[in-house]
Design a protein around this ligand. Structure first.
Ligand code: MLT
Length: 205
């Protein structure tokens, strides 16, 4: 068997009937960061959590950037395919259906979860995107996201995410047929209790 491309943390399910989660950390994070949040949102779920392969001065990321807020579509496309291939191979190894995965991504991890939906929707199911922005200005192909649910949860006072990006990203995903909810909080780039309740409500919905 070929070695998997990404280092990762995996926890098998401890409860029946809970959808597995794909955890995607933010810049400078690692595969352990989102585990406590995922355990609160989906107790008992299997957790598949890769570490971003790009190092920006030692900070792990899922794709390189030219500067803060400046992206190279070719790099994002290449890294998105690399991650999608990893998710599909790791899901097979751990006996998970990739399309049952709910991605839980924060910041750079939310951004790569969005580009997975845009470019490789077969590698995941639904998605909770915490503080995403548009990094690839490309609508999902029509019909590729039919039946998918996405939560976009952003802060109104976030210096990293331009104010129009949450709705712009929602529309890029709606182009593929996804049902997208945008929740905006009185918050900056850091998470607040409102993100947790928005994610809980969305999961229950
Ligand atoms: C970050 O990680 O700083 C931002 O979410 C944007 C990015 O993906 O670079």
């Amino acid at each position: 068997m070929t070695a998997l491309s990404h280092a990762y943390h995996f926890e098998p399910a401890t409860g029946p009937g809970v959808r597995p989660m794909l955890l995607l950390h933010g810049t400078g994070g690692n595969e352990h960061d989102l585990v406590p949040l995922a355990r609160r949102l989906a107790p008992g779920a299997a957790l598949l959590s890769p570490r971003g392969r790009v190092s920006e001065s030692g900070a792990n990321r899922f794709f390189a950037r030219l500067a803060e807020g400046v992206f190279d579509p070719a790099e994002i496309t290449r890294r998105t395919h690399e991650l999608a291939d990893f998710v599909i191979a790791a899901a097979a190894k751990h006996d998970l259906d990739p399309q049952s995965l709910i991605a839980l991504g924060f910041s750079n991890g939310a951004n790569v979860a969005a580009t997975l939906l845009q470019l490789r929707p077969e590698a995941l199911g639904d998605a909770i995107l915490l503080r995403p922005m548009v990094v690839l200005d490309q609508p999902a192909a029509a019909g590729t996201l039919t039946g998918r649910r996405v939560l976009i949860s952003n802060g109104r006072h976030d210096p990293i995410v331009p104010v129009d990006h949450p709705e712009k990203l929602a529309n890029l995903l709606r182009a593929g047929g996804a049902e997208v909810k945008v929740a905006l909080h009185e918050a900056s780039h850091g998470l607040v209790p409102g993100d947790l309740s928005a994610a809980n409500d969305w999961l229950a919905g």
